[in-house]
Structure formats: structure tokens, C-alpha cells
Design a protein around this ligand. Structure first.
Ligand SMILES: [Zn+2]
Ligand SMILES: [Zn+2]
Length: 567
């Protein structure tokens, strides 16, 4: 395939360069994936997916479009991962089905990747190299260091890439927790060292740039939920993300101190707890603290804490089922207190609101982060963003991770603290750094790749496009018999419909279909003699004319499927 399709200025001949190419994660929260290319060597940083908006007709995930990587595969030398959240590692199984490339990250993150690759039977085929925070990894012209940061999953790292054109810091998702419970504080010393030596650019997480102040420490969250527990006579039910192992650790300790047994609900929570215990990231305060569902009735309500999935009102998750009275073990009552210890992911607001209403209808007391400090964000807020910029003192800030508004805000914050340059770029932009210049030199024009069960295709794939139209416009199948050698219709087209008309009487529908068939016939007759011998042309003509007919008559654009028989 021609590389011209990307419209990128050619690489500098006699100068070192670094190119930063985000393939996703901008204009969305999720699907983080970026490329760093230096003097011909390319690394991928993170490889996440995102979930579709509600109107996606059966699409499960959206993956980054890595066609540029595929077209430059000989340059790709590795994939670096910041941490184990799905929006950073979720697309790996799909990528690694096509590409053989080593992975580098913290040990626990790679364990999370491995358990995911197992589901796709890929774990034996992939080379993974755990890198500690005091190692220096060299790949081509890159000297790579992983730096400890705080986040809502253990083992989160920023990545520093030292190159012939300076040092670049990719923050990944991060926050500063000055009173973390289960890990060290973000490694300010190392960031300050980088700053003193000179940093060319920071590619920084913008998720919370529009917020204010400083994010809650995990310690404050502990206190916040403790206070709720103090006031609760009945069962304490906490919904949270299954990957937030610090929070899980926190909740176990809290249960222990309040003399409550813990019931874990949701497969992902149980799996992650098991993995975290194995890897030493979670220490149960008491071996017998967890109980099984059938033991629930053996303990009085004030001795029970349930930790469950469903903080985003996911339809099949435990909390959602309890809310809608459809859980096999737990039926809510007036004594129960439900704590939603998680952020609301944009797009889920409505589902969560409805779930909270249902929980309240069942008599449960509902506590969200609006009423009490029961959740701490995993992403840096403006005060933290400023601290990191002041520590690293980069020449440029390139805001990543977040919608345009958030990235713009992040750029303004950088300007406020004196960062000389800010580059608010778009997905696909090729931002090139040379010794004396920084600018966008083109775009790889990425699309989005949709995963629908076992099928992977792009947004324009016919199946999905048709599914979308079918849902709102119905379908017309047009049977046409052509005498190919003569290039003539052998009979009048016959049309059948589904989902397009329903309220009308049968005679009206027949009448309408007959007129549409006339339109199809006219469409075919308007083609030249030669075009009529080409069934692709005939196919197009039928689709165009029938769709136009229904648009004019009933303002609908049905999916038209011509079935052409040759005589
Ligand atoms: Zn994250
Ligand atoms: Zn993220």
C-alpha cells in the first residue's frame, strides 16, 4: 500500500527527530494508544480499547486503527505499557493476533495483560519483559525508564524516553497520593531530576484538567467510607471498579476494623483479588474475612459488607441486578446502605441515575461521592498537574487522554505555570520534534475499528452500517432479472419490505412497493447500454433509485438489497 495516503512530510534526512503520533485517547476517554518514532525506530505506548456509545448496534469494543503501524511494521520495536487498565491494554489481544512484538511494563501490569491474553489463547506466543523502576531499558535510539506514579490500579508508571532529540515523558494515568495506603508516593524525586536535566516535552493525562484542586488521597477515602460504616446498622454494600485493588485492599481493612465479613460479588472482582493476593498486592487482614454467598444468612446484617461490580450500572453486574430486584442472593431492604465508590464514566450518567433511583425505591440508603468523600479520583487534578509541570519543567506540553475541552484546559494550566509551548493536537496528528523545531507535519488519519463479538471491522463495514440503518429505516429486497447479453430487464423488478412500513394497510403497502419497483426500473433504464451489462452498476442504480423513492415519499432511507438474477 502506498505510504502517500498518510500525507506526512518526509522524515528529516540529516537531523535527529522524534515523532509523536496519538492513534487514540484524544477526543475520548479511553482507547489510549500512541506511537513514538525516533530516527526510524518506533515504539507503541499503550494499546487500549474503548466502549461504544449506547447506539452501536451490537458493537462490543472500539479499537484504535493501527493501519499506519501495519504499513511500517519493520520499524516497530516494542510496546510499552503504563498500567493495566482496559483503556490502556484492552486492545492488545487484537493487536498481538496480527503482530509479533515484545511488551515492556511493570511486573503486575504484565500479569494483568497475561490473564487477558489467556482468554485469547495468546499468552504463550507473546514475549513480555518486566521492567523495574530502577532499570534503564535501551531500544534503538531510546533510553527508557519507568517511573512510579499513583493511580487507581497498582503498578502504574509514567514512561521517560531519552533520545538524541531530548527527553520525553509520557505520564500515563497518574495522580499524587501523599497518603497512599499500599504503595509509595509518586516518585517526585525522579521527575525533579528529569526537570533539572531538561525535558523536551510532557505528554500528559488531561482527564481531570477541568476539575479543581487536588484529588482525594486513598487515606481520605478510607476515612470517608469508615464514617459511613459507623452510621450503618445494616449491610454495607459498596460498588466499585474491579481493577481498583488499592480500594479493595482499603475496603477489606475497613471491614476488618468494623468487624464485618466480606462477600465479593462479580467475577472480575474475585479474579482480580485472587491475582492481587498471588502477586502480593493485596494482603487480607484476616484469612477468614471473606465469605461465600451461601454463608450470607449466617451473619447478622451489621456484620456484613458486600463489595460488588456495577458502579457504572452495567446491565449484568451485581449492583445493577440488586437495584432491579433481579439478584439471586441479595434482596435489598430498608436497612441496607449502598456506597457508590467510583467515578461516573462519561456516557453512563443516565444508566447510573436510573440505578440509583431503583436502589432508593427499594429502601436502601444511597451514598455517592457527592455526599461524602467515599471516592478518590485516579487522575491528577489541576493542582497536581501544575506540580508535575513545575517538577519536570518541559519545553512543551502535549495534552493527551481526554476530550478537547480537557486538553485545552490542561494547555492553559501549562501556560499559567510558564511552560513555553503547548500543542493541542488531534488523533492521528504527526507531531515532529527536531533539534530546533516542533510542529505537526501531517496526519495518519486514523479511523476506529469496531469489534462485534468475533468480527473486527472498520466503521464503514457494510454489516454495521446496514445494522444501523435497519434499526431505524427497515429493509427492501429488490429482485431483478436481467438479460445480461442484451443488457435488458427481463421482467419488472419485484420488491419486498421488512420494518419499513407497518401501520399502512396491505393494499397501501403493495401499491407503494409497486411504485418503488417502477422507480427501480426507471433507474436501470437510465443507465447506458454498457452499464446495464455490468451488474455492479445495476446494483447501484437499484439502490439509488429505490432509496430516493422512499426518501421522497415517506422520508425514510431503507437499506436496499438488490438480488440480481441473470437470464
Ligand atoms: Zn488508568
Ligand atoms: Zn486511562
Amino acid at each position: 500500500m502506498s505510504k502517500d495516503k498518510y500525507e506526512i512530510a518526509s522524515r528529516p534526512d540529516n537531523d535527529d527527530y522524534l515523532r509523536f503520533i496519538p492513534l487514540g485517547g484524544l477526543d475520548e476517554v479511553g482507547m489510549n494508544c500512541a506511537l513514538m518514532e525516533c530516527n526510524g525506530s518506533m515504539l507503541m505506548v499503550d494499546c487500549g480499547y474503548t466502549f461504544p456509545e449506547s447506539e452501536s448496534y451490537g458493537v462490543d469494543y472500539i479499537l484504535p486503527d493501527w493501519s499506519y503501524v501495519m504499513d511500517n511494521l519493520d520499524r516497530l520495536d516494542g510496546v510499552l505499557l503504563t498500567h493495566g487498565h482496559q483503556d490502556h491494554i484492552g486492545a492488545l489481544p487484537y493487536f498481538l493476533q496480527e503482530v509479533d512484538v515484545p511488551l515492556y511494563s511493570g511486573e503486575f501490569t504484565l500479569k494483568m495483560v497475561e490473564s487477558q491474553l489467556k482468554e485469547h489463547h495468546l499468552h504463550d506466543k507473546v514475549d513480555m519483559f518486566p521492567i523495574s523502576t530502577d532499570e534503564m531499558l535501551e531500544i534503538g535510539p531510546f533510553q527508557i525508564e519507568f517511573v512510579h506514579v499513583n493511580h487507581s490500579v497498582p503498578n502504574a508508571r509514567s514512561i521517560s524516553l531519552n533520545t538524541p532529540v531530548g527527553r520525553y515523558i509520557f505520564t500515563g494515568d497518574w495522580k499524587i497520593d501523599q497518603m497512599p495506603l499500599y504503595e509509595p508516593v509518586l516518585d517526585m524525586q525522579t521527575f525533579a531530576d528529569f526537570g533539572r536535566d531538561g525535558v523536551r516535552a510532557v505528554f500528559g493525562d488531561s482527564t481531570n484538567a477541568e476539575s479543581e484542586g487536588f484529588s482525594n488521597s486513598e487515606y481520605e477515602v478510607f476515612e470517608g467510607i469508615s464514617n459511613v460504616a459507623d452510621d450503618t446498622e445494616g449491610r454495607l454494600i459498596v460498588a466499585q471498579f474491579s481493577s481498583n485493588l488499592h480500594r479493595l485492599d482499603n475496603l477489606m481493612e475497613l471491614a476488618h476494623r468494623h468487624d464485618r465479613k466480606v462477600l465479593l460479588m462479580g467475577r472480575s472482582i474475585r479474579d482480580n483479588v485472587e491475582l492481587a493476593i498471588e502477586e502480593g498486592y493485596l494482603n487480607l487482614p484476616d484469612e477468614n474475612i471473606t465469605i461465600k454467598p451461601h454463608q450470607l444468612d449466617d451473619f447478622p446484617a451489621n456484620r456484613v459488607m458486600i463489595i460488588c461490580t456495577g458502579s457504572q450500572a452495567e446491565p449484568r453486574a451485581a449492583m445493577t441486578r440488586m437495584a432491579y430486584g433481579d439478584h439471586h442472593t441479595v434482596t435489598l431492604n430498608e436497612e441496607d446502605t449502598v456506597v457508590l465508590s467510583a467515578r461516573v464514566i462519561p456516557g453512563n450518567e443516565r444508566g447510573i441515575q436510573q440505578m440509583l433511583d431503583e436502589l432508593t425505591r427499594r429502601g436502601a440508603t444511597v451514598v455517592t461521592a457527592k455526599q461524602a468523600p467515599i471516592h478518590g479520583s485516579g487522575h491528577a487534578k489541576p493542582d497536581e498537574l501544575k506540580i508535575l509541570l513545575n517538577l519536570t519543567q518541559p519545553d512543551s506540553l502535549v495534552p493527551v487522554h481526554g476530550h478537547y475541552r480537557m486538553r485545552k484546559k490542561h494547555a492553559e494550566l501549562a501556560e499559567d505555570v510558564g511552560v513555553p509551548r503547548q500543542h493541542v493536537i488531534e488523533n492521528g496528528d504527526v507531531l515532529q520534534f527536531t533539534s530546533d523545531d516542533t510542529r505537526v507535519v501531517g496526519s495518519v488519519n486514523p479511523g476506529r475499528v469496531l469489534v462485534d463479538g468475533a468480527n473486527v471491522g472498520d466503521l464503514e463495514s457494510v454489516a454495521l452500517r446496514d445494522r444501523a440503518k435497519l434499526a431505524d429505516a427497515g429493509i427492501i429486497v429488490a429482485f431483478v432479472v436481467m438479460d445480461k447479453s442484451a443488457g435488458e430487464l427481463a421482467a419488472k423488478p419485484e420488491l419486498i419490505q421488512r420494518g419499513l412500513m407497518g401501520k399502512e394497510s396491505d393494499t397501501d403497502i403493495d401499491e407503494m412497493l409497486s411504485r418503488a419497483a417502477d422507480a427501480a426500473e426507471q433507474g436501470i433504464l437510465q443507465l447506458s447500454d454498457n452499464a446495464r451489462r455490468d451488474f455492479n452498476e445495476v446494483d447501484d442504480a437499484i439502490q439509488r433509485s429505490v432509496r430516493k423513492f422512499f426518501r421522497r415519499r415517506i422520508d425514510r432511507k431503507p437499506v436496499v438489497i438488490p438480488v440480481i438474477h441473470e437470464l
